[in-house]
Design a protein around this ligand. Structure first.
Ligand code: ATP
Length: 435
């Protein structure tokens, strides 16, 4: 086993070569900060999102899902503070006009042209994408592509309470696109202008916040383990007072050792009643929650776990990327958990010019496909090449139909991590490739 550390280039080139992620609008020279998912990347991303949904919504009794519109009334973003304060400090080089986020560079010298002291004072740049809704282009039609999914949850708080009347504590979850006009998108999908979030607002009685916060820390850690992220690569950063938003009483950034260094993967924040009170004050609608036991009405507080899908996917790929040596040859493969692998099983006939083998392999393929869906037919190149290709995309099992299969109704199952092969009866095959 080689202990060479995975580089960002390893991941980017694998993603492009094997159909995970492509540069957005690539045929026209690209559009910075946008990415397109190919067949395998899309499936991997969905597997991650579905696991999150299953873990945090379907498997629990206290969670409700919503899917709010991306375009929202501009009052949402005025009330939430985004119009005034969702900004990053922008600096421009007086020499070459390159623009940077002030806190991402050493402003003593321009990274593009090398000129010294060419930056004036930073100005605040709002990261929301502005647009107009409807045919009239004036201030009243202004809207924004949402920079987070959370506000679509808060604005539906009252709707969910009125429809379901849940007991406190309960949560509302949402997955979906978010847009930020990042000054310098970089590091592959890590900092994109269009990305996806998975967020929960967990509504609580403030007297319970400390205990519930701890429960969330544990739940998040358990989820990260299901993704195959090594515990040693995940770090909890207790955000100090001076760096926290003024309304937050506690925030933990979960950081991960990405190939680009230790960076934020997701955040967990106790946001008090800041958001619901803003909505109440600006909409004039009460956000009161009336407990069923007759105790006094309250505006609940929230604890917010906020995951980014792209960063999660990058952490999964970083953790899974493995290099070893097989029969004296170097190989790189994705050691993905079976439940995340975009292709669970690849099926091939030993030789593709033998109709009887192809016919039998097609039967096996149909049987597995019906059971698992993400099964790939792969008869390109020789068997060795197929294994290499499937290893690279993280396929845990390769099933090969050979001449013996026609006699004994058995197939060869080859395991990705060990490269070991075993004979498995067709009657037992579906169960054998389960985990
Ligand atoms: P950063 O400090 O890295 O810009 P942030 O603190 O602004 O991130 P949040 O506003 O807390 O991020 O957003 C919650 C999550 O959404 C982040 O933890 C991250 O996973 C994801 N996220 C935020 N911005 C981006 C982006 N530009 N590209 C990809 N994911 C992002």
């Amino acid at each position: 086993m080689s202990d060479k550390k995975v580089s960002l280039d390893d991941i980017v080139s694998l993603c492009k070569r094997r159909g995970f992620i492509y540069q957005g609008s690539e045929v026209y020279g690209g559009l910075a900060g946008t990415w397109d998912y190919g067949p395998l990347g899309l499936t991997l991303k969905r597997n991650i999102m579905n696991l999150w949904w299953k873990t945090f919504v379907d498997d629990r009794e206290d969670m409700y899902g919503v899917d709010a519109a991306i375009l929202m009334n501009q009052k949402v973003w005025q009330a939430s503070g985004h119009v005034d304060t969702f900004t990053d400090p922008l600096v421009e080089c007086s020499e070459c006009k390159s623009r940077f986020r002030e806190d991402q560079i050493d402003t003593a010298k321009c990274p593009t042209c090398g000129t010294a002291d060419s930056f004036a004072e930073a100005r605040q740049f709002n990261m929301m994408f502005k647009t107009n809704v409807g045919p009239v282009d004036d201030e009243s039609s202004v809207s924004y592509l949402r920079p987070e999914t959370a506000q679509g949850i808060f604005t539906n708080f009252k709707n969910v309470v009125d429809s379901f009347y849940p007991d406190l504590p309960f949560g509302i979850a949402q997955q979906g696109k978010a847009f930020r006009n990042e000054i310098s998108p970089r590091d592959f999908v890590f900092r994109s202008r269009e990305f996806e979030q998975m967020e929960i607002e967990y509504f609580i009685d403030p007297k319970d916040w400390e205990k519930i916060f701890e429960t969330w820390v544990n739940d998040i850690e358990a989820f990260l383990e299901q993704l195959g992220l090594p515990k040693t690569s995940v770090h909890k950063l207790e955000v100090p007072n001076e760096d926290r938003a003024h309304y937050s009483k506690r925030t933990i950034d979960f950081e991960f050792d990405f190939p680009i260094g230790r960076k934020e993967l997701l955040g967990l924040a106790y946001r008090t009643d800041f958001d619901l009170m803003n909505i109440q004050n600006n909409s004039g609608k009460s956000m009161d929650y009336r407990p069923k036991d007759g105790s006094p009405a309250l505006v609940p507080h929230v604890i917010e776990p906020s995951f980014g899908v792209e960063r999660t996917l990058m952490a999964v790929l970083t953790s899974a990327y493995t290099q070893d040596e097989v029969n004296g040859e170097e190989r790189s493969y994705l050691k993905l958990p079976v439940h995340l692998a975009p292709v669970r099983v690849a099926v091939s006939p030993l030789l593709k010019n033998k109709p009887e083998l192809v016919a039998k392999a097609r039967e096996v393929y149909a049987m597995l496909k019906k059971e698992y869906g993400n099964v790939m037919w792969d008869d390109n190149g020789n068997i060795g090449k197929r294994y290499r290709r499937q290893d690279e995309i993280g396929t845990p099992y390769c099933v090969v139909v050979d001449f013996d299969s026609l006699e004994d109704d058995s197939v060869t199952v080859r395991h990705r991590d060990t490269t070991k092969q075993e004979r498995v009866k067709l009657a037992e095959l579906v169960a054998r490739v389960k985990e």
